[in-house]
Ligand binder design. Structure first.
Ligand SMILES: NC(=O)c1ccc[n+]([C@@H]2O[C@H](COP(=O)([O-])OP(=O)(O)OC[C@H]3O[C@@H](n4cnc5c(N)ncnc54)[C@H](OP(=O)(O)O)[C@@H]3O)[C@@H](O)[C@H]2O)c1
Length: 165
């Protein structure tokens, strides 16, 4: 059987900031367009805090929201899971799974990932949620597309794809 693709996908600053006050600290339409293209049709796993963020992007397949609350209700075919292992078990038959964060969930799931889709925003920001430190010796950069500042984007950024070696 082909190995399941487990990808973390995030936009992070040069100092690994993910967000502040449960919001993103940048607005990058081309990053969202790329996100939609990369994740189309794939199921997502996300933390409950990120799920409640006004910036959250949802799967057009279905979403699993991690929470330890037992009475947390979700609309539609979205589901909750009480642990990362339970969420992965629910998605065991899927060929690809995308983990969307935030910081608490990335910290736990980096070890499971075999792909990273990281948008690196080429600036330092203040934030209160961070992507974990990555041991880059374990990863190879397979794709990188740099986007410069333009009328829609106040910051330069790179759309990077890494595969675990
Ligand atoms: N830049 C990006 O690409 C990106 C992407 C996503 C999010 N973000 C940012 O990240 C920030 C939010 O991240 P965060 O670290 O504060 O929170 P988070 O990781 O989104 O969610 C944390 C919550 O998820 C639940 N959870 C986590 N691990 C669990 C486990 N193993 N089992 C069961 N439940 C678990 C818990 O919910 P309960 O408290 O309900 O038990 C926990 O409080 C925001 O600023 C957001 O904007 C940025």
């Amino acid at each position: 059987m082909k190995k399941q693709k487990v990808a973390l996908i995030a936009a992070i600053s040069e100092n690994r900031v993910l967000g502040k006050d449960n919001k993103l600290v940048w607005h990058l339409p081309a990053d969202w367009e790329n996100f939609k293209q990369v994740t189309a049709g794939k199921p997502f796993i996300m933390g409950r805090t990120s799920y409640e963020s006004e910036d959250m992007l949802f799967s057009d397949s279905f979403n699993i929201v991690l929470t330890r609350q037992t009475n947390y209700s979700l609309p539609g075919k979205n589901k909750t899971a009480g642990s990362l292992a339970a969420a992965m078990e629910m998605l065991a038959a899927e060929s690809e799974v995308f983990i969307l964060g935030g910081g608490i969930v990335f910290e736990q799931s980096l070890a499971l990932a075999n792909y990273l889709y990281l948008t690196i925003v080429h600036q330092e920001f203040e934030g209160d949620s961070f992507f974990p430190e990555v041991d880059w010796s374990e990863w190879e950069l397979v794709k990188s597309l740099r986007h410069e500042v333009d009328e829609r984007h106040a910051h330069a950024f790179s759309l990077n794809e890494y595969r675990r070696m």
